[in-house]
Ligand binder design. Structure first.
Ligand SMILES: Cc1ncc(COP(=O)(O)O)c(C=O)c1O
Ligand SMILES: N[C@@H](CCOP(=O)(O)O)C(=O)O
Length: 466
């Protein structure tokens, strides 16, 4: 399998190459040159397999020659062996139509663990026979940071610099990052928003000299390996609910468009997906884009679902690439215009194409709280604010009663216990392994939200290529 950049000008790479590179050097994102395809029999053959074995079957075509299937299996068994539920991503039924897919049974209680536990092992495996020290620079609105830090802390050939927006993540999220004191972990609170953090990270990659000097790599969903690992649970859930005989819809709490793009990839690979519902909070650029074709950047409003307080969604570029008929030069021109004007319009043809699979909804804070209460009163389930946005969107989507709708439960409710308590009156508790989280020493550096400040800090603490 080879990977090409959405902007058409970077060299094509194999799976090992894209995993280590993160972002393409033309500013684009890597995507598979062609979507692998699974037949109905292949999909039916996934029934009854363990999560790890399902992962091997789905990811093998993407990994190509970069790993043998025994190596891939060993990595999947190790990564998913760290989850505290035997099914890894279990389904819970809420009523006759609605299900939750619980993606929060990993070490840091969010869906990010599904991909980042594997990515940590992939880095280690690919670096084992290279004389390279990676400098991972990432941006987080709370969950990617803790999952990446858990996956990379203490690894000999990687340093991780994680930027979070000061004061805009939950206390549990922050402490999950800042109480990890390994020397290779560098937490930075920036005086700005998540969008500022993400723009700084992309800016550092765009500085080719800097990116080469420090062997920059990415753990955000700009890294293809992140999305690849997330495709697996769409197949795993759909097969449990009757695929390939029955199509399943998914409602996805969306910020950076990574999770829902993984659902798109599953559909492109042959999974019968009835609908992908893009659920946003009041930071609704993606809802406006899908519903009206208006992808224009507004101000970020802090909400009780802070991990979705995002305006510029990095993976939307991967969908735009598909909607530009995979023409990298055309997309590079579109993105150039967007970077200047902070706005772009989808043509009617693009919107028409997207609407075959995607729909969207914007859920405000009241809608979110109501969904938390509904899940609790109706099914005795405590759900986190992000999941609640997905569930509210699922319930208002108006899909035929015979279509099962799976809402992705992207975080454990205890990560956002204040918001959950406000909505339901119940304060969810953290699993026992987090006892003491609030007594531990925290370490982070606060910096201005400028590329220069972050570049200087990274340069002062990272390992330079010899
Ligand atoms: C809990 C939670 N839900 C949803 C999202 C949005 O996912 P994505 O950025 O892949 O759209 C995030 C952040 O990425 C998150 O942390
Ligand atoms: N919501 C995310 C933001 C980063 O998203 P990613 O999927 O691109 O890593 C977070 O919690 O950090």
């Amino acid at each position: 399998m080879r990977y090409i950049s959405t902007r058409g000008a970077a060299p094509a790479l194999d799976f090992e190459g894209v995993t280590l590179a993160g972002l393409a050097n033309d500013g684009g994102l890597y995507v598979p040159e062609a979507w692998p395809s699974l037949s109905r029999d292949d999909i039916a053959g996934l029934a009854g397999l363990s999560y790890a074995e399902t992962a091997v079957r789905i990811m093998a075509p993407f990994v190509g020659d970069s790993l043998t299937s025994d190596e891939l299996r060993a990595l999947c068994e190790e990564a998913y062996g760290r989850f505290d539920h035997a099914a890894v991503t279990p389904l819970t039924q809420l009523d006759g139509q609605h299900w939750l897919m619980e993606l929060f049974h990993g070490p840091t209680l969010a869906f990010k663990d599904v991909a980042l536990q594997l990515l940590g092992l992939l880095f280690e495996r690919f670096l084992s026979n290279r004389d390279t020290h990676l400098t991972v620079v990432g941006a987080t609105s709370g969950d990617t940071g803790s999952a990446a830090i858990d996956a990379l802390a203490g690894r000999a050939k990687v340093d991780v610099f994680m930027l979070h927006p000061l004061g805009r993540v939950s206390d549990v999220q922050r402490r999950q990052m800042t109480t990890v004191l390994s020397p290779n972990v560098h937490n930075i609170a920036i005086q700005g928003s998540f969008d500022d953090a993400q723009a700084i990270v992309k800016g550092l990659f765009a500085d080719r000299d800097f990116a080469t000097r420090f062997d920059l790599s990415a753990v955000n969903s700009i890294n293809w390996a992140r999305l690849m690992a997330q495709i697996v649970y769409y197949f795993y859930a759909a097969v449990r609910l009757g695929a390939p005989e029955r199509a399943v819809a998914f409602s996805v709490p969306t910020g950076n468009f990574g999770d829902v793009f993984a659902g798109y990839a599953a559909a492109r690979m042959g999974l019968p997906v009835a609908r992908l519902i893009v659920a946003t909070n009041v930071n609704d650029i993606l809802h406006r884009a899908i519903a009206e074709g208006d992808y224009s950047v507004g101000q970020v409003t802090p909400t009780a679902a802070p991990s979705m307080d995002i305006q510029v969604s990095s993976n939307f570029e991967r969908l735009l690439f598909e909607l530009h008929a995979r023409d990298g030069a055309a997309l590079a021109a579109t993105m150039g215009g967007f970077e200047t004007s902070r706005a772009l319009r989808l043509t009617d043809a693009m919107r028409g194409q997207a609407s075959g699979l995607f729909s969207s909804a914007r859920i405000d804070e009241d809608g979110m709280a109501m969904a938390m209460r509904w899940a609790f009163e109706r099914a005795a389930e405590l759900i986190d604010p992000h999941t609640a946005i997905g569930l509210a969107a699922a319930r208002e989507a108006g899909l035929a009663r015979n279509v099962p709708v799976v809402t992705l439960a992207t975080a454990h409710p205890a990560k956002f216990r204040d918001a959950v308590e406000r909505a339901t009156g119940v304060r969810p508790s953290l699993p026992a392994r987090f006892a003491g989280l609030f007594d531990r020493e925290e370490r982070f550096t606060t910096l201005p939200a400028t590329r220069e400040a972050i570049r200087d800090y990274v340069a002062g603490h990272a390992v330079e290529r010899v």
